[in-house]
Design a protein around this ligand. Structure first.
Ligand code: GLA
Length: 357
């Protein structure tokens, strides 16, 4: 199976000539999907395994190169983003959404500015990686050239600079390297991406808990630090065994480590269950993942737990779990077709690309 991150042609590129056809700047349209993570949360920043899927909802940046700022208006935002090409501190830029644009400008450092619009079909801040989709679409619109992996790494740095959160690479890599009809088994140590076909006889439904994600930044950084504390004692959690776990004296550190270790194992098993067409097994792994995120990693909330419980008890639902960072946001469910009549039925989509006209 080809690794979509290594291919240099995952999205069409354009050269300087195309960007300035007949002395006039071509209109550039860059589209980037959001993502839902089927299983494997709080493992990416520890070199673990994740299984996200790029979805058919996404963000489009359309406009023309030129000028000495990157100026974007958004149908969903009152204030435009106006970012100087030499922006130094993306986290200080106003309004808040412009920080993600500024983070990309600071990483890509385009030679000329850009003026255009942003539109999205993603719920903003709802746990489907609207910020990653925005970053990836902006980077492509600004002329970023490189492999999908390089695009994702650039946008991960942009996200970290914009938000101050030490986030992993999953969201940006899913958006950059998505494969139509497939989820992506990503090894966050080797950064190899293996597409896993999503069977036709299941639906993937995302339901918003309605709970705004709070404390995501500080609690996320705290969890990451706790897991790294465990790694300082027993080495990479990716390679650790249950015997190693016993060396961790502090029960909280041990619980954080246990989540990461068991979650990595569940991702492998889930990928196999999906590929073999065993939805009941896949659903059971999702339930176990949610319990581990709730009890060992402590990133769930009463609202997410109640939603997972209600969805899981619905006939035709194979399994459900919180998806993404947690602390509010969305739940993802694997179901028989038509089992749930709520939320977003998301379809596996191709990764980000550029269209010029
Ligand atoms: C957020 C981060 C990702 C990942 C998830 C948790 O979405 O951006 O890198 O760590 O949380 O799995």
């Amino acid at each position: 199976m080809p690794d979509p991150t290594r291919s240099g042609s995952a999205h069409p590129r354009w050269d300087a000539e195309e960007r300035h056809q007949n002395g006039r700047s071509a209109v550039i349209r860059a589209v980037a999907p959001g993502r839902v993570n089927l299983i494997g949360d709080h493992t990416d920043y520890l070199g673990g395994l994740v299984l996200p899927m790029a979805i058919h909802l996404g963000t489009t940046v359309e406009g023309q190169p030129g000028g000495d700022t990157v100026t974007l208006t958004s149908t969903d935002q009152a204030q435009p983003a106006v970012v100087a090409l030499d922006v130094e501190d993306p986290a200080a830029v106003e309004p808040g959404w412009a920080r993600y644009v500024a983070g990309v400008v600071a990483e890509v450092r385009p030679a000329t500015g850009f003026t255009g619009t942003v539109t999205t079909t993603l719920p903003i801040g709802g746990g489907l990686s609207s910020s990653a989709a925005l970053e990836v679409a902006v980077a492509l619109a600004l002329g970023f050239e490189g492999t999908p992996l390089e695009l994702a790494e650039t946008c991960q740095r942009a996200e970290q600079r914009a938000s101050g959160v030490p986030s992993g690479i999953m969201d940006q890599l899913a958006s950059a390297a998505g494969v139509e009809g497939h989820a992506l088994l990503i090894d966050c140590r080797s950064l190899e991406v293996r597409p896993v076909s999503v069977p036709d006889d299941v639906e993937i439904v995302v339901v918003d808990s309605g709970e705004a994600r709070t404390l995501v930044g500080s609690a996320y950084a705290e969890r990451r630090a706790q897991a790294e504390m465990a790694e300082a004692v027993i080495g990479p959690l990716r390679d650790a065994t249950t015997l190693d776990l016993k060396k961790l004296q502090d029960p909280v550190t041990a619980a954080r480590a246990r989540h990461v270790m068991t979650e990595n194992a569940r991702v492998w098993a889930f990928a196999e269950a999906l590929a073999e067409g065993w939805p009941a097994e896949a659903g059971a792994l999702m339930a176990a993942s949610h319990a581990s995120l709730r009890d060992d990693y402590e990133v769930s909330t009463p609202g997410l737990d109640a939603l997972v419980e209600r969805l899981s008890a619905t006939p035709g639902v194979h399994g459900a779990r919180l998806t993404g960072a947690g602390f509010g946001g969305c739940v993802v469910a694997l179901t028989e077709p038509g089992a749930l009549d709520e939320g977003w039925k998301v379809r596996p989509a191709a990764g980000a690309r550029v269209l010029t006209s």
